[in-house]
Design a protein around this ligand. Structure first.
Ligand code: ADP
Length: 555
């Protein structure tokens, strides 16, 4: 027997309509340039999104067409989020930090019909335009006075398109499984692959960001959205913010410590989200700048994800700003929220140190997400906090395959998606990611977690950033090499770092060598590019028993 409830589709346009009706005056603040800000609210967003939808129709955009963006976090980018998906087209947010060849590949693979770009990407677009074969037109996110001289085209002016468009537009009632947005995983090997989200998956995912045991987002929050709109839909926050009427603060291109700090204070932001690298820079600024008005920072909750949150970041948020760090784990393929690091009632009265022990884990699965860990034969492993295995995931906002069939079948017979991460799950359900499976260091048959070593090393005074890779070893097969970027003006030594690590990690995990570099390579989403480091240090000889990988491979 079927139930008798109404079948109303879950649509992205309904989020905007709700925000306009119930939170019309909730603010959206956007940095548009050096010291310049644009301010409006959900009422204004609704009007301009409808104008934009009409403008897209006038340009010839049809349902299902892919519309690309190369843009920072701004109100215009947000308008594209709602207008493109709302009208039934697919918003393709391109990560501008990718190499130009990768962007070209992605835009052609997605068959983008239009490219909307921030002026800071004009040269990039100009260079690629001759090879973007399916693109019918370009739109500069600018007003008439700022338009670049066009050597490619047809080139339109965003503000002209909006000004010419009517604000009357009825959002179509789509099938909720209609594709809404497309993000390519940056992928450290091989070509990027497209993850295609639907209206349904996006709205369900937004509910969990607003849930109390999710990110607890609500109309009481002023959100500093540091995670880029081009990185997995900014972790779904634009949709969740509309669902609950949260104030949105969009920092544009200025993600340095000072700009983030000043904007956070000016807009009384109590909630923020970003990858660890951003927060390392943020705290570097705070520590190097005496006399900052820390008491004026209203931050209460910070979501850290994308890479493991080092203990030092969690402790500094607590000690310097009184803010609670929520670590979250996920990937493009999981929309991305999959596990969220909230406390359980039994943790509430623990000493800070022990609470931090909980926060350094990646959190528990949220409702809707199923997790399991398996060994190399696919056998299920215990959730006892000790056994480590390949992490599998399943759920209504987890991908079932990549755009245009890339990568073939990605689910097993029971519908599980292999994340490529190695994890432990404890008896309370907290996940601990120990590594990407390809980054695990296999030493004498045991596994060493490069993530744990990196996070411990970042806690050492004088260390700005650290990476750990496995290097060939005669006896142990692989041993850890620690690669460090010093904080400016510090001269911390390898011996001092190893001394600092003593007692904090198992003895046999101790890196066999420490090398210093000026900077570490990162992917376009801010993760350490281990592949590059492994190539760079392939010939590194450990003090005892090391064999250069290239020599070992040759032999
Ligand atoms: P990419 O396209 O670079 O893989 P994703 O954002 O999809 O970008 O990356 C997902 C991966 O990032 C995860 O599989 C995991 O390895 C890593 N990751 C994300 N969040 C965390 C976290 N909190 N702790 C450890 N690793 C994380």
């Amino acid at each position: 027997m079927l139930g008798l409830m109404q079948q109303r589709p879950l649509l992205i346009s309904s989020l905007l309509s709700y925000a306009e009706t119930y939170h019309p005056g909730a603010e959206i603040v956007s940095r548009t340039g050096e010291g310049a800000f644009h301010r409006y609210d959900y009422r204004g967003l609704g009007v301009r999104a409808r104008q934009l939808a009409n403008a897209l129709v006038a340009l010839g955009v049809k349902p299902g067409d892919r519309v690309a963006t190369l843009a920072w976090n701004s109100h215009r980018h947000l308008e594209l989020y709602f207008a493109v998906s709302g009208m039934g087209a697919v918003l393709h947010t391109i990560n501008p930090r990718l190499f130009a060849e990768q962007i070209e590949y992605i835009a052609n693979h997605a068959e983008d019909s239009f490219v909307f770009f921030d002026l800071s990407f004009t040269a990039l677009v100009e260079g690629m335009a001759p090879r973007l074969l399916g693109v019918k037109g370009y739109v500069a996110l600018a007003d008439r006075g700022q338009m670049p001289a066009a050597t490619f085209g047809p080139l339109h002016c965003y503000e002209d398109l909006i000004a010419a468009a009517d604000a009357d537009y009825d959002w179509p009632v789509l099938d909720e499984n209609t594709a809404s947005s497309l993000c390519y995983t940056s992928g450290t090997t091989g070509n990027p692959k497209g993850v295609l989200y639907s209206h349904r998956s996006t709205v369900l995912h937004a509910f969990c960001a607003c849930a109390r045991d999710g990110l607890s987002l609500s109309s009481a929050d002023s959100v500093m959205l540091i995670v880029p709109l081009f990185h997995v839909n900014a972790w779904g926050i634009p949709y969740a913010a509309a669902m609950c009427g949260a104030k949105l603060v969009l920092p544009g291109q200025a993600l340095d410590g000072k700009s983030v700090f000043d904007l956070m204070v000016a807009e009384a932001c109590n909630f923020s989200l970003g990858v660890p690298t951003v927060w390392l820079n943020f705290f570097r600024y705070i520590e190097e700048t005496p006399g900052l008005p820390l008491a004026e920072v209203k931050l209460e909750r910070v979501v850290v994800g994308g890479s493991a949150a080092p203990r030092a970041i969690i402790e500094k948020f607590h000690a310097l700003l009184g803010a609670f760090t929520i670590q979250a784990w996920g990937m493009s393929e999981t929309s991305p929220l999959a596990t969220i690091g909230n406390l359980l009632p039994k943790h509430r009265n623990l000493p800070v140190e022990e609470i931090v022990d909980v926060q350094v884990k990646q959190g528990r699965a949220i409702y809707g997400v199923e997790l399991r860990i398996v060994d190399a034969d696919g056998k299920r492993l215990a959730h006892d906090g000790a056994e480590a295995g390949d992490l599998l995931v399943r759920g209504p906002w987890v991908t079932s395959g990549y755009f245009r069939g890339e990568g073939g079948e990605v689910l097993d017979d029971d519908g599980w998606f292999a994340t490529g991460d190695v994890a432990k799950i404890d008896s309370d359900g907290y996940v601990r990611i120990t590594d990407r499976s390809k980054d695990v260091i296999k030493s004498g048959g045991e596994w060493i977690s490069s993530i744990d070593l990196e996070n411990a090393a970042v806690g050492c005074p004088g260390v700005q950033e650290a990476a750990v890779i496995g290097v060939r070893h005669d006896k142990w097969q692989e041993r850890p090499l620690l690669i460090v970027v010093r904080k400016p003006g510090h001269d911390v030594t390898g011996a001092a770092i190893l001394g600092f690590l003593t007692g904090k990690i198992p003895k046999w995990w101790m890196p066999d060598d420490v090398v210093f570099v000026d900077e570490l390579p990162h992917t376009a989403t801010g993760k350490l590019l281990k592949l590059k480091l492994r190539q760079q240090f392939a010939d590194h000889v450990l003090p005892q028993g090391g064999t250069p990988s290239s020599a070992a491979a040759a032999g």
